[in-house]
Design a binder for this molecule. Structure first.
Ligand code: SAM
Length: 263
């Protein structure tokens, strides 16, 4: 691809596509449904704006300050309940508060938020195993389940002990050290950075799709052409099994949405 072509990633995730596009000097638009995608994108897309001495000063503060504990509750999802030791969780929230109060630029605050997000597994009782999470036997979740099993006359779960659970302060320092190293030796790039935009929302919802696709007219016409081609093929003689029945209508909702916008 060559500028002025525009990269569109409707499932932007952790923004790898957007960031590579930028490195290549291409403008890019992404849509991501997970709000944390935006935190990650904000932190990564400002890489060249991090000043190494300022990062070192932040590191020094973290290193020399004993962490406190916040009274604020961690915003748990059902899957994260009991993922952290109580003290670790209170410290994580404490750092979150302190970082946002620090007298530093918004790009540094975004970076520190990103770090707090990225260390969650390191400081938790969980361990990613493929698509699954393994839970350390010391976690409240496993202990409660085991108690129930024993009360019902069953054997407890096979014990699992995560090898290392990092203290929050150490995990933050470790992540920050990696970043300082990365920022100190930036990867080579074209030197011409493309413009970037990340829309937080579902690509299936009208506002996000409209905003994203509106910037990528060529992409939309290509998409529409392929959808039309696909529909013609499915409705045609060659693919009788794909022919819609009264209960299986073709999925044209999104196509209608874009057509409605007259792109
Ligand atoms: C495999 S990741 C994409 C990786 C990304 N393309 C990159 O370059 O790093 C897929 C992403 O699609 C997001 N996603 C799933 N359904 C979505 C939707 N309806 N609208 C927007 N994003 C969605 C998921 O949250 C996930 O982060």
């Amino acid at each position: 691809m060559q500028p002025p072509q525009h990269v569109f990633d409707p499932f932007a995730g952790v923004s790898t596509t957007l960031l590579v596009a930028r490195e290549c000097g291409l403008d890019a638009t992404g849509i991501e449904v997970m709000p944390m995608g935006e935190i990650i994108w904000r932190a990564k897309s400002q890489l060249e704006r991090y000043d190494v001495p300022e990062l070192r000063a932040i590191r020094e503060w973290i290193y020399s300050t004993t962490p406190g504990e916040s009274q604020r509750r961690f915003p748990h999802l059902p899957i994260t309940q009991y993922a952290f030791d109580r003290e670790q969780e209170a410290q994580l929230m404490w750092y979150d508060e302190r970082f946002q109060q620090m007298d530093i630029g918004d790009n540094f605050k975004a970076l520190l938020k990103f770090i707090l997000l990225s260390i969650r597994e390191d400081i938790s009782y969980t361990s990613k195993d493929g698509q699954f999470l393994r839970w350390d036997s010391r976690s409240g979740k496993v202990r409660q389940r085991n108690a129930k099993r024993i009360a019902n006359g069953k054997m407890p779960y096979k014990p699992f002990h995560k090898r290392t659970i990092l203290p929050v302060q150490r995990a933050i320092l470790q992540a920050l050290d990696h970043i300082i190293l990365d920022v100190s030796f930036p990867a080579s790039s074209t030197g011409v950075n493309g413009k970037q935009e990340l829309i937080v929302g579902s690509v299936l919802d009208a506002p996000a799709a409209r905003a994203g696709l509106g910037r990528c007219r060529d992409y939309v016409s290509a998409l529409l052409q392929s959808v039309r081609l696909y529909q013609n093929l499915c409705l045609g003689v060659g693919f009788p099994r794909c022919r819609p029945t009264s209960h299986a209508q073709p999925q044209t909702k999104s196509v209608e949405l874009y057509r409605g916008e007259q792109i």
